[in-house]
Design a protein around this ligand. Structure first.
Ligand code: PAF
Length: 273
């Protein structure tokens, strides 16, 4: 596995290879969820590139940028074992200069749900993803369905900017207790982790209702909220897959999304129906 920090060197290197590239952008602290993205990229492409870059522009003031988990040595090992060809490991200076052009998240879709509690977050995500996609020029880029709004906004950006890359959504990976894997789960104490299990439990209850032909979005939201109680709910939404509100679940075109604060840790989860 080659480790490259300089974007221009990486571009040169990839240009010469003339092979199909699968790209997995990450912020490190890799877990099984990332490994499933890498595995899928490995199956579908000749070269797999993973980036590890904790992107400062997607953190708001007072968020966890300074304490975001860092596991560089373990991450390199994981990438090597998972069959990554190139690890792109840039510094902040490799990616950002002063006074730059930026991508702005769309006014409506970028400032609801997670974008409402973290205004500006998605502009930071889109800016760095735009930069990374231009550096790597992959045929396919892989993103987890857990960050469903991020996935939706990146897919929209790629379409709206006429970019030649296929965005591939990859299923959520869960721990054996049901909690969706996230690098931020390490912040949870034992008690908080036990409380957080209400999240997958609530989504499971929602899918049970739907299996009994209860499709009413309001009823489903109420069921989820009653199970999450007394956790601090940021939102519970039943949306179509293009992220518009719906009154009734439509099988094949619905996402149920939950965001909850457990202590100071923001946890996202969702199910795609
Ligand atoms: O999902 C993430 O880890 C990040 O938001 C991403 C897509 C790597 C951009 O920094």
């Amino acid at each position: 596995m080659k480790i490259i920090s300089d974007p221009f060197m990486l571009k040169e290197h990839l240009k010469k290879s003339n092979k199909s590239i699968g790209f997995v952008p990450t912020m490190g602290a890799l877990h099984e969820g990332h490994i499933s993205l890498i595995k899928k990229a490995r199956q579908e492409n000749e070269i797999v590139v993973v980036s590890i870059f904790v992107n400062p522009t997607q953190f708001l003031a007072g968020e966890d940028l300074e304490r975001y988990p860092k596991k560089d040595d373990a991450d390199k090992k994981i990438c090597e074992l998972a069959g990554v060809d190139i690890l792109f490991f840039p510094s902040i200076e490799n990616i950002y200069t002063k006074d730059e052009a930026k991508v702005c998240a769309p006014n409506l879709r970028g400032y609801v749900l997670e974008g409402a509690s973290r205004p500006g977050h998605f502009s930071g995500v889109l800016t760095v993803v735009m930069k990374l996609l231009h550096i790597v020029s992959p045929a396919r880029a892989y993103f987890g369905k857990k960050d469903a709004q991020q996935l939706n906004l990146i897919s929209l950006m790629v379409k709206q900017f006429f970019m030649d890359v296929q965005i591939v959504p990859v299923d959520i990976v869960r721990d054996s207790d049901g909690l969706a894997l996230s690098s931020r789960n390490v912040y949870l104490s034992k008690t908080q982790r036990a409380e957080a299990l209400k999240i997958p439990k609530s989504l499971y209850a929602a899918s049970k209702l739907i299996s009994k032909n209860i499709f009413d979005a309001q009823k489903i939201k109420e069921e989820i909220c009653s199970i999450l109680d007394p956790l601090e709910i940021e939102y519970v939404e039943v949306l179509s897959r293009d992220f518009t509100a719906i009154e009734k679940v439509e099988i094949g075109n619905t996402i149920i999304l939950v965001e909850v604060l457990v202590g100071k840790t923001r946890l996202l989860d969702n199910i795609w129906l």
